[in-house]
Design a protein around this ligand. Structure first.
Ligand code: S3P
Length: 429
């Protein structure tokens, strides 16, 4: 990735009307299931991020043909059996691609190799290796947990598996593997995580059984192509929602946004902080809820994020932490140790950048405490090669005194290549 810098100047408010590229979590799942379904899937508003492009490229190496025209992707499903790839599958920066695709590869009758960039090669994979091996796949890895992975697939055995880490990627991986097992695979989660895997399987015609925090799937089911418009990514919207919240005069409308309840905890949190958010035009497609939000800023109080909320807000915590100094009472984040094994160590990245802007921050093994009522100044910051850190600090910079330079800002391409241009179009200075 070429290093580039973006300079962000302070703002007065945010206003206007916008739509966001399709949700990353849903785009990955639809691309994978579209590839192993029968028939032609037509996906509108597919994520424009590099991560979902990695998934599409891997599917192509596995023999799946697709065509892309801007945000429209048409996938010719290959059916459950994929083709042995001629080269390693490059997952780039995308943990979702490695973890969820491994579930499908575990059920194929060939061996494939998964590789990724430097950040992805540091991230833990034992969480999928262990259960997929219990199902009968053989997975070689570096040190038992890191890329490259060599996945030798086979007809799988079903398992009954209690997840130790709350991870939707792992849950989805095992449900995908369950399609290739002789019998019923059951996954139990410690707390409910995003349910796009379950909804996508149902959309493509699979029957699954969902009871509270347990999901079961019978193997051998055939999937059928779908047509869908993917709702806007709520984790990308989080940057604009938080930015709007920083200014009393903001008035921002976001249309066609994903409002799936397992992702929308963010909205309750922001309303609790003091933002005014109204929801209209609700619509459901393939089980996914979407709608329009109107957001107005105000005085932000403070909050604590812990327990199940930390898992539900895991991708939004960097931007919540970045606006925390501007709240009246500050924000404390705990039970979020998983942040340390994301695209960067997000607890350390956030603390380093906030301190560079002059904030006082307490860092814990599993979170951060950031006092409210602080004044920040512009600074030279690093994205640490992490898309959400680059975007979170563009938002912190809007209320700082002076200009902020974000080095490695191009990391935003991973989930939201249009971020800086769109931000400029709604920021009033
Ligand atoms: C995702 C789940 C989360 C999240 C990631 C996307 C998904 O990861 O952080 O950005 O689409 O299932 P974990 O499963 O590691 O919690």
């Amino acid at each position: 990735m070429i290093e580039n810098s973006v300079v962000v100047r302070p703002a007065k408010s945010l206003s206007g009307s916008m739509r966001l590229p399709g949700d990353k979590s849903i785009s990955h799942r639809y691309a994978m299931l579209g590839g192993i379904a029968e028939g032609t899937s037509k996906l509108e508003n597919f994520s424009t991020g590099a991560d979902c492009a990695s998934t599409l490229d891997c599917m192509q190496c596995l023999g799946v043909q697709w065509e892309r025209n801007g945000p429209s992707v048409v996938i010719q499903g290959s059916g459950a059996k994929l083709r042995k790839p001629q080269e390693p599958l490059d997952c780039g920066n995308s943990g979702s691609t490695v973890r969820m695709l491994s579930g499908i590869l575990a059920g194929q009758d060939f061996t494939s190799e998964l590789i990724g960039d430097e950040s992805l090669s540091r991230r833990p994979m034992a969480r999928i290796i262990k259960p997929l091996e219990m199902m009968g796949a053989t997975i070689e890895s570096h040190d038992g947990s890191r890329l490259p992975l060599r996945v030798r697939g086979r007809r799988l055995k079903p398992i009954d598996y209690p997840l130790r880490v709350a991870s939707a990627q792992v849950k989805t991986s095992l449900l995908f593997a369950g399609l290739y097992a002789d019998g019923v695979t059951r996954v139990e989660e410690p707390i409910q995580t995003r349910d796009h895997g379950e909804l996508a399987l149902q959309a493509f015609g699979a029957t699954i059984d969902r009871q509270m925090r347990e999901v079961s799937i019978a193997g051998g089911q055939r999937l059928h192509a779908i047509e869908a418009t993917i709702p806007g990514d709520i984790s990308s919207a989080a940057f604009f929602l938080c930015a709007a919240g920083l200014f009393a005069d903001s008035d921002l409308v976001i249309r066609g946004l994903l409002l799936n309840p397992t992702r929308a905890r963010l909205l309750d949190f922001l309303i609790g902080l003091g933002m005014k958010i109204t929801m209209t035009d609700l619509l459901e497609q393939h089980g996914e809820l979407m709608g329009t939000l109107q957001v107005q800023g105000g005085t932000l109080r403070g909050a604590r994020v812990a327990g199940g909320d930390s898992a539900a807000l895991i991708d939004e915590i960097p931007v919540l932490a970045a606006i925390a100094p501007y709240t009246a009472d500050g924000i404390e984040i705990r039970d979020a140790r998983e942040l340390r094994v994301k695209e960067s160590d997000r607890i350390a990245s956030v603390a380093t950048n906030l301190r560079a802007m002059g904030a006082t921050v307490e860092e814990f093994d599993d979170g951060l405490r950031i006092a409210g009522g602080q004044k920040l100044h512009g600074a030279t910051l690093d994205s640490f090669g992490d898309h959400r850190i680059a975007m979170a600090f563009a938002i912190a910079a809007l209320r700082a005194e002076g200009e902020t330079e974000i080095r490695g800002a191009d990391a935003a391409v991973i989930s939201y290549p249009e971020f800086f241009t769109t931000l400029d179009s709604v920021v009033q200075r």
